[in-house]
Design a protein around this ligand. Structure first.
Ligand code: ZN
Length: 90
């Protein structure tokens, strides 16, 4: 396993680490199901963005997402809402 990416923002005690296809919390067996995908809307998420998300709950503007509807590339911030990844277009 790789080094931890950060402290889990949900349970506050687990460590988020690379689980292969996603990032997950070390307290999974204790019931914390927080996880982050490695890929989101056609974009591979850089580790720097994952770290930012875990630490601050949001990222800077990221380029290279692709709309499923139109196929067009777009930029957006990501944020965590109740532990779930979502876009922030504000
Ligand atoms: Zn956790």
């Amino acid at each position: 396993a790789q080094a931890a990416v950060g402290v889990c923002p949900i349970c506050k005690t687990g460590e988020i680490s690379d689980r292969g296809k996603f990032y997950g919390c070390s307290n999974y067996r204790q019931g914390c199901h927080f996880s982050l995908p490695k890929q989101w809307s056609g974009k591979k998420l850089p580790i720097s963005a994952i770290k930012q998300l875990i630490k601050t709950g949001e990222t800077a503007q990221l380029k290279g997402f692709k709309s499923k509807k139109t196929g067009k590339a777009f930029s957006a911030k990501l944020k965590l809402v109740a532990g779930k990844l979502s876009f922030d277009f504000n």
